[in-house]
Design a protein around this ligand. Structure first.
Ligand code: ADP
Ligand code: MG
Length: 631
C-alpha cells in the first residue's frame, strides 16, 4: 500500500490488539495514568529533539524554540488533547511505533498472561503501558504528527478505536510535533475539568522538566486564550549540584517530605554506567510520627526518567533507613513498574545498595566532620539505625561504626561513645568490647557486674535501649574485637587479670567451697550453679546469665507480652569477701541460712532489673534479717 495521500486502513499486529484489550480491563482502576504516559512521551519527544539540536541548532526553529507540552480539554467535544512541539514522527515511524509493539519479548510476555486480572495487571505494568493507555479512557484516539525538518503538508494522522485496526492519512499540520486527541468514552466526562487535569499533572508530572501548560480560565470557568504553566517544570535533582542553592535543596526537601523543618543533611548523586540513576536523599531533623509504627511510611519517591512513579517506595531503602526522605530517579526501569516488581528487580537491587552506601557515607561524614549534626541525629534516629546490623548483613561493620553508646567512661547518660573511641581506650591485653544491657541507665550503671571493671578501669558500654538486645544478638564483633556481655557467661578478662589475681581467686574458691555447696542446696530449683565471683568487689552476689539468654528485664517484658520463654536457670555468683556472705558462715546465721541464701539470690535479681517471683517473701525475709542485725 504505497498511496501516500489517501486514507488507508491498517491492521494492528495481533499482539497489539491483545495488549490493548488487556490494558483497558486491568488498568481501569488506575485510569488517570494515561495522562502521565502521554506527557512522558511528549517529554521524551522534546528530549530527543533537544538532543538532535545539540548538533543542529536550526532544528529548534525560531518562534517554536521553547519546548513545551500543552494539555487542553473541550467539554462540548468530550476531548482531551495533549500536544508537544518535540521531534514528531514521520509516516514510517508512526506505523513502527504506534501500530506495532517493536519490543522483544512481546510474544513471551503475552504468553505469560493468566487471565487473572490482578496478576495480569502487574505484568502489564512491568511491560509498560505507554501510548495505548489512552484507550483506557478514550473510545477513539487521533494522533497528528509532523516530524521535525519536514514540510508542513508532510504530517500524518493516525486514528484508531483500539479494536484491531487504525487509519493513516497524510495531512497538513501548522507546526512540528505531535498532537493527540482523546475522544473520551461516555462515562469519562469527569476528566473534563481543569481542576482534575491539573491535579493529575501535579501529582505525577510536576517535575517533568518542561512546562506543561493549560489554558487560563475566566470567572465562568471557560478557557481563555492565554496559557499558564501547571507544573513546577524543573526536576531539581536532575540539575547539576553546582547550580542548586542550599535554599532550593531545602525547599525541595519540604516539598517531598511534607516536613516543615529544614533537613539535617542531604546527599545528591548521579550514577552513570550499568545502571543509571540520580538520587537526592535527605536526613530529616525530626522523626516522623510513625517512625516506630508497624507500617511506617518510607519517604523515598521513585521516578523513572523524571516521571513520578510512586511514593513510599519501601523497596528502595532498607527498613532501618526508613527515616530517609527524597527522590530516586532511574533511567532503566519501565514507567509502569509496580510494587510487586520492585520486590525482585536487579535494577532496584543495585539502586538500593548504592543508595544505602550513600546514606551511610553521609552519616559517616557527619559523624566525622560535623559532629554537632551527628549529635543531633543520634538521639532522634539512633534507635532505628540500631536495627541495621540485624537487617543488613553486608553493611554491618559500617553501621556498627556509626553507633553511639553511653559508657562508664562518661559521667552522663548521653550516647556519645563510638566503638572506635572504645577501642582506643582498651587496656593492654584487653581483647573484647564489654557491654551490659539494662532497662535504664541507672540500672546499667549501678550493676554489680561493673565492679571488677571499675576496679581495673576497663570501660563498659551501657546499653539501655529496647532494641539493644536485638542489636547485640547480631553484632558479634567490630574490627575483629568480639563483643562480650559482662552479665552473661563466664567472665574471662583475658590477659588483664594477672597471675596474682588468679592465685587469689583459686584460694577464695577453695575457702568458700562448703558455703557454695550449701547455698546451691537451698537454691537448686532456681539456679544452675553457685560459684565464687571474679567480678564482684563491693556487692555480695550477682546473677550471671547464660551466653545466649535474654537480659532479665527483656525476659520480663517478653513474658508480659505473653511470650513463652525457654526455661533456663542463671548462675549465682557470690563474693565471699562481702560482710553479708562472710556472716553466712558464722554460727548465728545457722537457723536462718536458707533465708539468707534466698535474699542473696533475690537482691541479685532485683539489681539486674529482674522480677521477683515472691516479692512479699523477699521483703519479709529482709526485714527479719535487718531486725536480726539490729538486735
Ligand atoms: P515508550 O514510551 O515506552 O517507548 P509508548 O507506547 O509510550 O512506549 O510509545 C511508543 C513510541 O511511540 C515511543 O517510543 C515513541 O517513539 C513514539 N511516540 C509516542 N508518543 C510520541 C510523541 N508525542 N512524539 C513522538 N513520538 C512519540
Ligand atoms: Mg511512553
Amino acid at each position: 500500500m504505497s498511496t501516500k495521500t489517501g486514507k488507508e486502513t491498517l491492521q494492528f499486529e495481533t499482539e497489539v490488539t491483545q495488549l490493548l484489550h488487556l490494558m483497558i480491563h486491568s488498568l481501569y482502576s488506575n485510569k488517570e495514568i494515561f495522562l502521565r504516559e502521554l506527557i512522558s512521551n511528549a517529554s521524551d519527544a522534546c528530549d530527543r529533539l533537544r538532543f538532535e539540536a545539540i548538533s543542529d541548532s536550526t532544528l529548534l526553529g525560531g518562534k517554536n524554540a521553547e519546548l513545551k507540552i500543552q494539555v487542553e480539554y473541550d467539554k462540548d467535544e468530550h476531548t482531551i488533547t495533549v500536544r508537544d512541539n518535540g521531534i514528531g514522527m514521520d509516516r514510517e515511524e508512526v506505523v513502527q511505533n504506534i501500530g506495532t509493539i517493536a519490543r522483544s519479548g512481546t510474544r513471551e510476555f503475552l504468553g505469560q498472561l493468566t487471565g487473572d486480572q490482578s496478576k495480569d495487571s502487574h505484568l502489564v505494568g512491568q511491560f509498560g503501558v505507554g501510548f495505548y493507555s489512552s484507550f483506557i479512557v478514550a473510545e477513539k484516539v487521533t494522533l497528528t504528527t509532523l516530524k521535525v525538518g519536514l514540510e508542513l503538508d508532510q504530517a500524518v494522522r493516525w486514528e484508531s478505536e483500539g479494536t484491531g485496526s487504525y487509519t493513516l492519512e497524510d495531512v497538513k499540520k501548522a507546526r512540528r510535533g505531535t498532537e493527540i486527541v482523546l475522544h473520551l468514552k461516555k462515562d469519562e466526562d469527569e476528566l473534563l475539568s481543569s481542576l482534575r487535569l491539573r491535579s493529575i499533572i501535579t501529582k505525577y508530572s510536576d517535575h517533568v522538566p518542561l512546562p506543561i501548560e493549560m489554558r487560563e480560565e475566566n470567572d465562568k470557568g471557560e478557557p481563555t486564550g492565554s496559557w499558564e504553566t501547571v507544573n513546577k517544570a524543573s526536576a531539581l535533582w536532575a540539575r547539576p549540584k553546582s547550580d542548586i542553592s542550599d535554599e532550593e535543596y531545602t525547599e525541595f526537601y519540604k516539598h517531598v517530605s511534607h516536613d516543615f523543618a529544614e533537613p539535617l543533611a542531604w546527599v545528591h548523586n548521579r550514577v552513570e554506567g550499568k545502571t543509571e540513576y540520580i538520587s537526592l536523599l535527605y536526613i530529616p531533623k525530626q522523626a516522623p510520627f510513625d517512625l516506630f509504627e508497624p507500617n511506617p511510611t518510607h519517604g523515598v519517591k521513585l521516578y523513572v526518567q523524571r516521571v513520578f512513579i510512586m511514593d513510599d517506595a519501601e523497596k528502595l531503602l532498607p527498613r532501618y533507613l526508613r527515616f530517609v526522605r527524597g527522590v530516586i530517579d532511574s533511567n532503566d526501569l519501565p514507567l509502569n513498574i509496580s510494587r510487586e516488581i520492585l520486590q525482585s528487580n536487579k535494577v532496584i537491587d543495585s539502586i538500593r545498595s548504592g543508595s544505602v552506601k550513600k546514606i551511610l557515607g553521609l552519616l559517616e561524614s557527619l559523624a566525622k566532620n560535623e559532629t554537632e549534626k551527628y549529635q543531633e541525629f543520634w538521639p532522634v534516629f539512633g534507635k532505628v539505625l540500631k536495627e541495621g546490623p540485624g537487617e543488613d548483613f553486608a553493611n554491618r561493620e559500617k553501621i556498627a561504626g556509626l553507633l553511639r553508646f553511653a559508657s562508664t567512661h562518661r559521667s552522663d547518660e548521653t550516647q556519645g561513645v563510638s566503638l572506635e573511641d572504645y577501642i582506643t581506650r582498651m587496656k593492654p591485653g584487653q581483647d573484647k568490647i564489654y557491654y551490659i544491657t539494662a532497662d535504664s541507665h541507672a540500672t546499667a550503671n549501678n550493676s554489680p557486674h561493673l565492679e571488677i571493671f571499675r576496679d581495673k578501669e576497663i570501660e563498659v558500654l551501657l546499653l539501655v535501649d529496647r532494641v539493644d538486645e536485638w542489636l547485640m544478638s547480631h553484632l558479634t564483633e567490630y574490627r575483629e574485637k568480639p563483643f562480650a556481655s559482662i552479665a552473661k557467661g563466664e567472665l574471662d578478662l583475658g590477659e588483664i587479670s594477672d597471675a596474682q589475681d588468679k592465685k587469689e581467686l583459686e584460694e577464695k574458691e577453695k575457702e568458700a567451697q562448703e558455703l557454695v555447696r550449701r547455698i546451691e542446696e537451698v537454691l537448686q530449683d532456681k539456679v544452675e550453679a553457685v560459684r565464687v565471683s571474679h567480678r564482684l568487689t563491693t556487692s555480695p552476689a550477682c546473677i550471671v546469665l547464660n551466653e545466649h539468654d535474654m537480659a532479665l528485664y527483656m525476659q520480663h517484658l517478653m513474658k508480659q507480652a505473653g511470650h513463652e520463654l525457654p526455661a533456663s536457670k542463671p548462675v549465682l555468683e557470690i563474693n565471699p569477701e562481702h560482710a553479708l556472705v562472710r556472716r553466712m558462715e558464722g554460727e548465728q546465721v545457722e537457723d536462718r541460712f536458707e533465708d539468707w541464701a534466698k535474699i542473696l539470690f533475690d537482691q541479685a535479681i532485683l539489681a539486674e532489673g529482674g522480677q521477683l517471683q515472691d516479692p512479699a517473701g523477699f521483703v519479709s525475709r529482709l526485714n527479719q534479717l535487718i531486725s536480726g542485725i539490729v538486735d
